[in-house]
Design a protein around this ligand. Structure first.
Ligand SMILES: Nc1ncnc2c1ncn2[C@@H]1O[C@H](COP(=O)(O)OP(=O)(O)O)[C@@H](O)[C@H]1O
Ligand SMILES: [Mg+2]
Length: 348
């Protein structure tokens, strides 16, 4: 409060205003004051005098303190407003404080005035600091979000480039098994690209709607493998579940492996069938199932110890999310993963 204050005084009795000023000066306040009496003068004072503080009497011949308070709240809500009045009833005092006055002081007890002013101005400074730091925080948060979006966008673009390069490269390959390798590598890149695409479109930026994601992944796979939906039906039951990127990426890759296997192995010789994907959550346990009603998983193969890349990936990605992997071979092949969503530390 080193700078000189502009004090707008709404007071019809000149002597009362002088007493108020005298008290402020006596207590060492540096200020310039302007006394106003009517609504017109008061409005003009607010607009042109730029007050740092408003002191108002309540009863004036043509105007009143409560209306002045309302005007101040609307036009300059940050400027402290203090009633300096001859008599104030308790109800009135409570009422004006509720309506936004900072304080009230009796004219016959002016020694309370400067402490009230000091309190009000300190509060105002503190509030301004708080608002300023909140604005800075909001700005920083917005910048962080923009940056995150930008990064997800770039990661998605780069993954799509890898996917396209693999596709282009595969045009030079004649061997069917080699072509399959390329196609599988491509869909692995795609499954991650879709996650990043959804992340920068989502408000959350760290979590995606998993059901939607799995559904679009599965449809894309049918498309890439040029399989008619008449031959293999998709049955997706996914509850509305938001999932953290750290869980969604491994699960997306797992979905890709298991569904690719169903497409490749479960329905030989033009066999028809259905691939089901079920995602559910009960309490904090997630259940994730990919199953088909095809020819069944080979009896002589240990799915936990397979040395082929697909199932090896499924096992290690399941470990990565601390999940449990089970195989059920009743009427086809069903892989079931149960897991809890991990608590992730803020990484960015
Ligand atoms: N849904 C399924 N139906 C029938 N057989 C399957 C199924 N999923 C996996 N398999 C068998 O498990 C084997 C291992 O799968 P995977 O580890 O993904 O390797 P890859 O797909 O490269 O052969 C497959 O070669 C296939 O014989
Ligand atoms: Mg495979």
């Amino acid at each position: 409060m080193e700078e000189e204050l502009n004090v707008l005084i709404l007071e019809d009795v000149e002597l009362d205003a002088e007493l108020t000023e005298y008290e402020m000066r006596r207590e060492g306040l540096k200020f310039t004051s302007r006394r106003v009496e009517t609504e017109k003068e008061y409005l003009n004072g607010i607009d042109n005098f730029n007050p740092d503080l408003i002191l108002a009497d309540n009863a004036l011949p043509s105007f009143d303190g409560l209306s002045a308070l309302e005007i101040a709240r609307e036009k300059c809500p940050q400027v402290p407003f203090i009633f300096v009045s001859g008599k104030i009833s308790n109800e009135f005092a409570v009422d004006v404080l509720k309506k936004g006055a900072k304080d009230y002081v009796f004219k016959n007890n002016l020694s309370k005035l400067v402490p009230a002013i000091t309190r009000a101005l300190t509060e105002k400074d503190e509030l301004e600091e708080l608002i300023e730091s909140r604005n800075k925080l909001e700005k920083a948060l917005k910048e962080k979000e923009m940056l995150l979006k930008e990064i997800h966008h770039r990661i998605k673009n780069n993954l799509m480039i890898i996917s396209s390069l693999l596709e282009l490269q595969s045009y030079y390959i004649k061997d069917q098994a080699d072509l399959d390798f390329f196609r599988e590598s491509r869909t692995r890149a795609d499954s991650m690209a879709i996650i990043h695409e959804r992340l920068y479109q989502s408000k959350d930026l760290k979590r995606i709607e998993f059901g939607d994601y799995v559904a679009s992944l599965a449809t894309d796979l049918l498309d890439i493998y040029s399989i008619s939906p008449k031959k293999i039906k998709l049955d997706i039951k996914a509850a509305h579940i938001m999932m953290d990127i750290n869980t969604a990426i491994p699960l997306g890759l797992i979905t890709n492996e298991l569904m690719t296997n169903s497409l490749k192995y479960a329905f030989p010789n033009n066999r028809n069938g259905t691939i089901s994907i079920i995602v559910s959550k009960s309490h904090d346990i997630f259940t994730f199932i990919v199953k088909d009603d095809g020819i069944g998983f080979p009896k002589d193969l240990d799915y936990k110890k397979s040395d082929s890349l697909g199932l090896e990936l499924v096992n290690s990605l399941t470990n990565q999310i601390d999940g449990k992997l089970e195989l059920n071979t009743n009427g086809g092949t069903e892989f079931k993963i149960t897991f809890k969503e991990l608590e992730y530390k803020e990484s960015i």
